[in-house]
Ligand binder design. Sequence first.
Ligand SMILES: Nc1ncnc2c1ncn2[C@@H]1O[C@H](COP(=O)(O)OP(=O)(O)OP(=O)(O)O)[C@@H](O)[C@H]1O
Length: 298
Amino acid sequence: MTRSSSAPVLGADAGAPDPDAAISIRGLVKRYGEFTAVDGLDLDIRRGEIFALLGPNGAGKTTTVEICEGYRPRDGGEVRVLGEDPADGGRAWKAQLGIVLQSGAGDSALTCRELLRAQASYFADPRDPDEVLELVGLTEKAKSRGRSLSGGQRRRLDVALGIVGRPTLLFLDEPTTGFDPEARRQFWSLIRSLRDLGTTMLLTTHYLDEAEALADRVGVIARGRLVEVAVPAELGGRASAPAIVHWTEDGVRRSEATATPTAFVRELAGRFSGEVPDLAVNRPTLEDVYLTMIGEPS
Ligand SMILES: Nc1ncnc2c1ncn2[C@@H]1O[C@H](COP(=O)(O)OP(=O)(O)OP(=O)(O)O)[C@@H](O)[C@H]1O
């Protein structure tokens, strides 16, 4: 689906940016030479929510996020982040942001505690570095040098560095790349506890299960435009999509799309004396609807 100029604005109310939103974007445009990387994007992220930005490689996610962080200039549109234009954001505004980049600070000869203390010293009201180490599960590594940590531990250190300044708004760029499954679960619970503390988070990820587990809402970007914003369970009309019932009959694998799978299975059960062979009832997964949205065959 492509948004024409007359289509309703997705994820945002039309008109001026919303000053009460954590992030409010209207008609954002970014060009690199002749190439338009962000092509009229509108988005509102509410205070206190976890918002996941999904999209294929090159869709424009990092460009959009870096414009919001004040690290990249834009060519058009309006952006307000915590009520200010990032292009003019001063020190007090920057101090309210936490940023966890893809390539972090891990490769350091300083210890985790030293790195956190140094980072904390830039802020007026930082969190206690030892409390932050505990929050990210690195208490036992407080005296270890950054460069001696494993990949997953370094990402946790990156998050620790991102939150020690007590940010109102935290940007997380593919935060769990390289994590083992247990570390990802632990990281997810850390993100939830930060939300409970009132932190707004903008997360980019390629893991759809991560978006589903964490995000209050997800936005899908493709070719520099926002193609949908929804709560994960409703993305792409998932909640109302027909169920697909699969079974085997007369040695042939069959399937039927139905809005009333219970009634259909009851009717099917009447045709067999025992179990319905190979019975399965599926609904579209987040991955199915996402791949359809970005134009890939699922
Ligand atoms: N500094 C730059 N100069 C020229 N082109 C750029 C520059 N930065 C990004 N682009 C291009 O803009 C497009 C959007 O890039 P961006 O990094 O925003 O995508 P992304 O959605 O974050 O991708 P990924 O999932 O791979 O991180 C890409 O086609 C990219 O090649």
